[in-house]
Ligand binder design. Structure first.
Ligand code: GEK
Length: 242
């Protein structure tokens, strides 16, 4: 069982940049569920998307897998023979715990959990690729080349699921959707201190794009069929088809 996230509940003299270390790993399922509106819906839908879009004898990728929630959902939805799932994260602590979670459930679908930078991964023979709240942690200059690798490694008809926190160009929309997200966090039991200290730690670590920036980058990477299939305040998910 995951512990309750109270990492930022005490006043800190100094806020360091957020990192996916052992302390975060221990509370991660609780943290992401209470911080990302719609997270569970997206995770469940990844299984449904996999059921429809995976093809026989192909690879499925979970890039920035953390503890493997999307991998487990893909594996539950998968109904095609000869597939394997490749889950990648560059946090050693995440990868270790992810392997324990994955192997706690029995399945015939092989899962490889790799500790590596997702920018180093060669994507090939892929029918489903998941970037569930990971692209936002890559420096902006690296984002297009990752998406281009994904596009090149996808089979025709293959899909990318790209979930992200969004920003909005219109200042009124930005303010309101951001405030609604803060209300969501309050409703999940986070205090004002926790919210403000977490926000400071994510400054310059999580760099969000507008939906339009995502569409334009996806087009540059080769994807011509891109659509937002889910949005809850300033969080959402785009599906792109090769
Ligand atoms: C989920 N997808 O539960 N290479 C590999 N991993 C990276 C990199 C990188 N360059 N940068 C960040 N990560 C998960 C949630 S969390 C999102 C994803 C969040 C990893 C990082 O170590 C972390 O585990 C993950 O991306 C982002 O569906 O915490 O908001």
């Amino acid at each position: 069982m995951s512990k309750t996230d109270n990492i930022y509940s005490k006043q800190r003299a100094q806020i360091d940049g957020f990192s996916f270390d052992e302390q975060v790993v221990q509370v991660f399922p609780d943290m992401i569920k209470r911080s990302v509106p719609g997270y569970e819906t997206i995770i469940n839908s990844i299984g449904t998307i996999t059921e429809r879009c995976a093809v026989e004898n192909s690879n499925l990728y979970d890039l920035g897998c953390s503890l493997g929630a999307a991998t487990l959902s893909m594996r539950r939805g998968l109904n095609k023979a000869g597939c394997q799932i490749i889950a990648v994260d560059n946090s050693q602590q995440m990868v270790e715990r992810c392997e324990q979670y994955i192997h706690a459930y029995k399945s015939d679908t092989p899962v490889q959990v790799l500790c590596d930078d997702i920018c180093n991964i060669h994507i090939e023979n892929a029918s489903v690729v998941i970037l569930n709240f990971t692209l936002q942690f890559l420096t902006p200059e690296k984002r297009l080349s990752l998406l281009t690798n994904i596009y090149n490694g996808l089979l025709p008809g293959g899909v990318l699921v790209l979930s992200e926190k969004f920003v909005f160009e219109d200042p009124l929309n930005q303010q309101l959707l951001n405030d609604l997200h803060l209300d969501f966090k309050r409703s999940q039991g986070y205090s004002e201190l926790e919210i403000s200290q977490k926000r400071a730690s994510l400054d310059n670590v999580l760099i969000a794009d507008t939906v339009e920036q995502h569409y334009s980058r996806l087009q540059k990477a080769g994807f011509k069929h891109n659509n937002l299939w889910y949005q809850y305040f300033n969080f959402g998910s785009i599906i792109s088809i090769k």
